[in-house]
Design a protein around this ligand. Structure first.
Ligand SMILES: [Cu+2]
Length: 122
């Protein structure tokens, strides 16, 4: 290989490496907040969470005992919560206010009261 071509390849490799490092840097600098919520008969824990308007979060659910559902209609967000699995829901809250979420899979006698609140602040 002639030296000129070798230099070009090296420059290309360096540029690719720099791009990858930059992408990793950006990802590392902007981790999305993860909020862990456990669902058990008949409550979500925590039952109230506070989010910031426009800031994406990932809600990470574990179900302790039986299959349940997470449903936050104002965010058009829902997930099946299956024991032994982690369910993730990503939200970007757009509006300030207090919004309800609830269990939408019948899980026993206390199911009807199984709900929580999402507070979104500016
Ligand atoms: Cu339920």
């Amino acid at each position: 290989m002639n030296p000129k071509r070798r230099r070009l390849l090296a420059a290309g490799a360096a540029a690719a490496l720099a791009t990858a490092s930059f992408a990793n840097y950006v990802l590392a600098q902007t981790p999305e907040q993860v909020i862990r919520i456990s669902a058990r008969k008949f409550a979500f824990l925590p039952g109230e969470i506070t989010l910031k308007q426009g800031v994406p979060v990932v809600l990470e659910f574990v179900a302790a005992d039986v299959v349940m559902g997470f449903n936050a209609p104002d965010f058009k967000a829902r997930a099946d919560l299956i024991p032994g699995q982690v369910a993730r829901v990503r939200l970007v809250p757009q509006q300030v206010g207090t919004f309800d979420f609830l269990c939408d899979i019948f899980c026993g006698d206390g199911h009807e009261g199984m709900s929580g609140k999402i507070h979104v602040v500016a």
